[in-house]
Design a protein around this ligand. Structure first.
Ligand code: FES
Ligand code: MG
Length: 566
């Protein structure tokens, strides 16, 4: 049976057939009728809605209201909306790290789309890992699909300034660690950082993924930046439901939308946003599901010619609500114009070029979205580095770092694990100075911690108190998209699989040159061989269940940390 004949058949479509297909369809309709649907309703095509509210996911707090609007759009267009739950991943409530469960959510999404009778699907996600997981699953299932994101939180106020999760969370915590903010104020701030439904208010991972999804053509134009609580978000939900009906029976499936050109366009958007480093990992995994390889050398080529245009925290002063008011992703796309590959198809049925040509209603606010003639930065916000410390590459968000540290040589101060880091980083006797390079080992995908957002190593307390704001920090971990600093992440191969990062020792010299795309451990190959031979075999941990599946099959960061069998 071809894929096409599986679509457009409604609730009774394609049941498991044990020899009497009419009986199977009759049985399915009779069970659906127990939910009170009429024969007429059950005769309509079905739009599935991958629905992810959770008491552990504050960012999806408004999903019940958003769901009603999606359903309204589906009904208005003549189909039957049926939501189904999948795993939801609330970024800060998932241990040891939400990344570990992204692949599980992708599998859940894919299999539930495939297993249940739906003719198209609306993907409702928002918080960091949920959107990449849904896109990964939808590509693999490959029925017509459209993404609806949660939208960003609105900002709060504190003593005359705006606060938004979670760049300001870090800023205030750093002040608290340095003794500039007292315990009473930090408690007040705690209640003012995240005050509405929606995803983090800055250009963190969720916002970056929302913008990349729109650029990929997997959500409707303008979808990414509408605030979660704005009435436009509900209208966007309605329009998304309506479009999901129009997609039924068409061959405009994710595999036709997620093409090499669409991926390059999304990479350019990531660079122009100076978006989250996590998004590179997710986009690599999304591309891989579509059979496309993201090459970090090509990424650097794009980075050299794509300016940073968007001036949001953590790079600039603004928030997602400002990006919305400034014109959102359509305005950024217009400015990127000639750099984009115009033929890429979108879920609207139009090409990206046609969307770029659509007239804008309002003039673009140039304090938030810069022109290509006067960019925030002439080069992309992210760059990959390679060398003897990271043979398969590592990633730096150069736009958010002290430029002095992007060309730097220094002495390594090495922490062997997260626990070692926690035990020693604030030790007043730690031998460390501001020019040293902090290295964290064993925090990559196959480590026990599963690649957490631990790459933002704290500045040792005694240096923070002395006024040190930034240091070069290197690890095989990730970093929150809301964080900033001279931070090298995603080192591949990771320490836990024998990468040279695991051979670094305190006192070694390390050199970075972002302009040359280099990251080197200045230790002789003979000495590294000797250290490798001396490495003790790690304790083989007895794993079971998903932990075992994950550890056995997760790929390295440069391959998107998806499973090798997906
Ligand atoms: Fe959900 Fe930041 S915690 S987007
Ligand atoms: Mg985040």
């Amino acid at each position: 049976m071809t894929k096409k004949s599986d679509t457009g058949r409604g609730i009774a479509g394609s049941p498991t057939n044990y020899g009497d297909p009419d009986f199977a369809a009759y049985l399915r309709r009779s069970f659906a009728k127990s939910q009170g649907y009429s024969t007429e309703a059950l005769g309509r095509p079905v739009v599935g809605i991958a629905y992810t509210p959770s008491g552990f996911n504050n960012c999806h707090r408004h999903f019940p209201e958003l769901l009603e609007a999606v359903k309204r759009g589906v009904l208005m267009a003549g189909a039957l909306p049926l939501e189904f739950p999948t795993i939801s991943l609330g970024e800060v409530f998932t241990s040891p790290t939400s990344l570990k469960f992204r692949n599980l959510m992708a599998m859940d999404t894919e299999e539930m789309i495939r297993a249940q009778p739906m003719d198209s699907v609306v993907l409702m996600g928002g918080c960091d890992k949920t959107v990449p997981a849904q896109l990964m699953g939808a590509i693999s299932a490959d029925i017509p699909a459209i993404q609806l994101v949660a939208g960003p939180m609105s900002t709060g106020r504190h003593r005359g300034e705006r606060l938004g999760a979670c760049t300001d969370c870090r800023r205030f915590w750093a002040k608290f660690r340095a003794g500039e903010v007292d315990a009473e104020e930090i408690e007040t701030v705690e209640g003012r950082l995240a005050t509405t439904a929606g995803t983090c208010a800055v250009m963190g991972t969720a916002s970056t993924m929302a913008c990349l999804t729109e650029t990929l053509g997997m959500s409707l134009p303008g979808c990414a930046a509408i605030p979660a609580v704005h009435s436009d978000r509900l209208r966007m939900a309605e329009a998304t439901g309506k479009r999901a009906v129009e997609l039924i029976g068409s061959d405009l499936t994710p595999s036709r939308i997620i093409t090499p050109a669409a991926i390059r366009n999304a990479l350019r958007m990531l660079l122009a946003l100076s978006g989250s480093t996590n998004a590179l990992l997710h986009l690599t995994a999304i591309a891989r599901r579509a059979g496309i390889q993201v090459d970090l050398h090509e990424f650097n080529r794009l980075s050299d010619e794509t300016p940073v245009l968007v001036n949001l925290k953590p790079v600039g002063p603004h928030y997602m609500e400002d990006l919305f008011a400034a014109g959102g992703v359509p305005a950024i796309l217009k400015e990127l114009g000639g750099l984009m590959e115009r033929d890429a198809l979108t879920v609207t049925g139009q090409t990206l070029g046609e969307l770029i040509d659509a007239p804008m209603i309002d003039p673009v606010d140039r304090t938030v979205i810069k022109s290509r003639a006067e960019p925030v930065d002439p080069q992309g916000g992210l760059v990959a580095v390679f060398g003897s410390l990271a043979p398969r590459g590592a990633v730096v968000k150069r736009a958010a770092a002290d430029p002095r540290l992007m060309e730097h040589e220094g002495r390594a101060v090495v922490f062997g694990s997260l626990q070692d880091l926690a035990e020693r980083i604030d030790d007043p006797d730690l031998d460390v100075s501001a020019d040293d390079i902090l290295i964290l080992q064993n925090a990559g995908p196959k480590s026990d911690s599963g690649m957490p957002e631990a790459g933002y190593l704290p500045i040792p307390r005694k240096l923070a108190k002395a006024g040190v704001k930034d240091m070069l920090r290197i690890s095989d971990a990730r970093m929150s998209g809301t964080a900033y600093g001279a931070i090298v992440l995603h080192v591949a191969p990771e320490a836990a699989v024998g990468g040279p990062l695991g051979l670094a020792r305190t006192g070694d010299r390390v050199r970075i040159s972002v302009s040359e795309h280099r990251l080197d451990l200045l230790v002789s190959p003979e000495e590294l061989d000797r250290r490798r031979a001396d490495l003790m075999a790690p304790d083989v941990k007895r794993r079971r269940g998903y932990d075992r599946l994950y550890n056995d099959h997760v790929l390295q960061a440069d391959e998107g940390a998806d499973f090798d069998f997906c």
